[in-house]
Design a protein around this ligand. Structure first.
Ligand code: DGL
Length: 271
């Protein structure tokens, strides 16, 4: 039984860094009146290389912080943390706020639109080694052929350089992997990747479709809020963008992910 939330309470979003801002941006598009608290755990970036136990510990602490800020819904805007910690976070705080991840809405999209297709998936080592997408596809008995490959250095390189041509060298090596050939679509299973969508497309000789689930996730959040009568229809949206470690490079790159100027604030959660 959830406590009585009110629509004006914020939505909490977190990621290992500023990549989750791609999801936050989609959320703002579909839910322009919502108050938003974003938390990027830049002190621990990248999550993709961390152990499941470490990511779980970070995620539970961040979720508690967002609860203290009275969030009505908490969205884990990171595939690595969704894979490693969603069930645990839900167990800890699911009675106090709605908890969502970025994987389940994507699976629903695959079910609706990609039956009988061959899908390549790229993500962090944590996401790929968890086999979470494959397990969910198998649990639903979906006729989808999925091959996954960990493109581990990509997220950190994107945070460091943005959408820069140095990324092409990584893509050249990663996307040439046999598991990522002969596919109908490539699923971006990392919230950092949408900003290099065009570069990825250029690396495929044959036209393929890119599956960027940020909009689908935003629509799923909207649906949940509607279902719980928690949609904030009035007022102006107040947004805070916190990071656990503030650097000039994070501040400079934030616009790339969010699509417009934002101010990052330091939130010393780990001090
Ligand atoms: N943006 C995160 C994801 O979706 C992970 C990047 C990282 O911290 O390794 O998986």
């Amino acid at each position: 039984m959830k406590p009585n939330h009110s629509p004006s309470q914020p939505i909490g979003i977190f990621d290992s860094g500023i990549g989750g801002l791609t999801v936050a941006h989609a959320l703002v598009k579909y839910l322009p009146k919502e108050n938003i608290i974003y938390f990027g755990d830049t002190a621990h970036l990248p999550y993709g290389d961390k152990s499941t136990a470490a990511i779980q510990a970070y995620a539970v602490k961040i979720a508690h912080m967002l609860l203290q800020q009275e969030c009505k819904l908490i969205l884990i805007a990171c595939n690595s943390a969704s894979a490693a910690a969603y069930e645990l976070v839900k167990e800890y705080i699911g009675s106090k706020a709605i908890v969502m991840n970025v994987i389940d809405p994507t699976i629903r999209l695959l079910k609706d639109k990609y039956t009988a297709k061959r899908i390549g998936l790229i993500g962090t080592r944590q996401t790929v080694n968890s086999h979470i997408y494959k397990k969910k596809i198998d649990d639903l008995n979906l006729d989808i052929q999925l091959s996954s490959y960990a493109t581990n250095l990509l997220a950190a390189a994107i945070e460091e350089f943005g959408n820069h041509h140095v990324i092409d060298s990584l893509l050249e090596v990663y996307l040439a992997h046999p598991d990522l050939q002969n596919i109908d679509a490539l699923l971006l299973a990392c919230t950092h990747y949408p900003v290099i969508k065009e570069r990825i497309l250029e690396h495929y000789k044959k036209p393929i479709e890119i599956i960027d689930s940020s909009e689908i996730v935003a629509q799923a959040v909207k649906k949940q809020l509607e279902k719980n009568n928690l949609l904030n229809a009035n007022g102006t949206s107040i947004k805070h963008f916190y990071v656990s470690d503030y650097t000039e490079s994070f501040a400079a790159n934030a616009k790339l992910f969010f699509g417009e100027d934002i101010t990052l604030e330091h939130y010393p959660l780990w001090d």
